[in-house]
Design a protein around this ligand. Sequence first.
Ligand code: FMN
Length: 154
Amino acid sequence: MTSSTIAQALDRLGYGVYLIGVKTPHKMNAMTAAWVTQVSSRPPLVLVAIGKTHYTSELIAEAGAFSVNVLRSDQYELARRCGFGSGRQTDRLAGVEVAFKTTGAPVLTECAAYLDCKVVERLEAGDHHLFIGEVVEGSDTGAPAMVYRSADFF
Ligand SMILES: Cc1cc2nc3c(=O)[nH]c(=O)nc-3n(C[C@H](O)[C@H](O)[C@H](O)COP(=O)(O)O)c2cc1C
């Protein structure tokens, strides 16, 4: 079994495409993520896997909160903008309308649905940090959501 065979099989797992929003007193950022899943219903908990070297990981650790914005199927350019390079030196949310809900994490005014999350646990898994967030607020527009296909991005 080669690592490329494993990678090909892993690519068959299904994901959506999300923007993870975060805000500290000195910086606001958004990062595209596919590795997002619900892990409890009572209380409602979601898990996001964020690369340890990603700026977003530092920011979530500092803020103690994040938002999960479910991208609409027509928001591909925004997914690309927030999915490559780093937000450390740039303002990825320039020109994007955001609102602030319970936790203060930025929520996209235009998206299919959002979850506003308070970090309750941070774990390590290989090269990623796993942030588990309790969903303290959320809303759904009913708009069609983007489905992750690696060939659309990589
Ligand atoms: C479609 C797509 C899905 C992605 N999913 C994840 C993910 O689940 N976790 C992750 O750490 N990075 C993921 N990335 C990569 C990050 O979005 C990318 O490295 C980003 O530029 C990091 O930004 P930051 O350094 O400002 O945090 C994904 C990228 C794309 C295009």
